[in-house]
Design a protein around this ligand. Sequence first.
Ligand code: C2E
Ligand code: CA
Ligand code: CA
Ligand code: CA
Length: 277
Amino acid sequence: AKTAGKNRYCRFHPDMMTELVQRTDMEAGLQLAIPLGEISVDYQPLVSPRMGQVVQFEALARWDRDGERIQPSVFIPIAERSGLISEIGAAVMTLGLAQLAPWLNEDPSRSLAVNVSGVQLQEPDFAGNVLRFAEASGVGAYQLVLEVTESVFFDADHSLIKQLASLREAGVRVALDDFGTGYSSLGRLQELPVDTVKIDKTFVSMVRTGTERLPILSSMINMAHSLGLTVTAEGIETAVQADFLTARDCDFLQGYFFSHPEPGARLKRALKRADSA
Ligand code: C2E
Ligand code: CA
Ligand code: CA
Ligand code: CA
């Protein structure tokens, strides 16, 4: 009987079993994360070099499971596979709108960016929910930016395109995240329903001395600008990179050089200090 049992299960490699157990455990924990209040949001500023000001914050989901921080690169894919991303995405958006409403309401040119997964865009009433969240918090729809990756557009159906279009009609902006890392050509940018591109940090990290030519990076910026899009460079870690991308006319800069993502409470204090400075 023992050998028969062994044979029956021999297609399972022990590693697969461990991974399955881990994922199931992670999923079970994630299900409880919202009711337990374990999901929070950190905010990272986008700086306008022209205005010398913070003009936007990006909301980034955080999960502290029994006091242990689980990285988004670990829990977001699990949330996407299990469908929990819809709930988490809604929580991030409502938390973000609530925490930043005072800052946003002080100046209509300020905005909040949230990351949106393709799974969320498949929900039939995604657009309606986003607009209701904004209205309930008293923040203008034009102060919201949805960050999506290129893959969202790969097999975009009619409903997804319609929802994005209705959001953009209401003033919500769409940013193409991780620009340059996808598979499509620069030329395809013209067809995508986006208002802004975020140049991926792998390109920014190529700037070391500031004297490089980096024709691809320059082409990305110029192409986006010629299409009327705004350009953010993300992952700026050094003054050399900030200067380089400012000189190449990037509209917004983001990265550890300016600030790490910070909890909402820390942010309020930082903004107060900036105000009184
Ligand atoms: P992302 O949207 O591309 O966010 C940028 C990531 O780079 C963040 O990692 C941020 O903390 C990190 N970062 C910022 N500045 C620098 C820098 O100067 N250098 C380096 N090396 N890294 C920098 P994080 O917070 O771990 O998030 C990872 C990814 O998880 C995000 O990548 C996004 O794809 C996803 N994610 C996070 N929150 C959410 C969410 O609420 N919803 C969805 N759907 N995805 C999320
Ligand atoms: Ca992002
Ligand atoms: Ca990114
Ligand atoms: Ca990313």
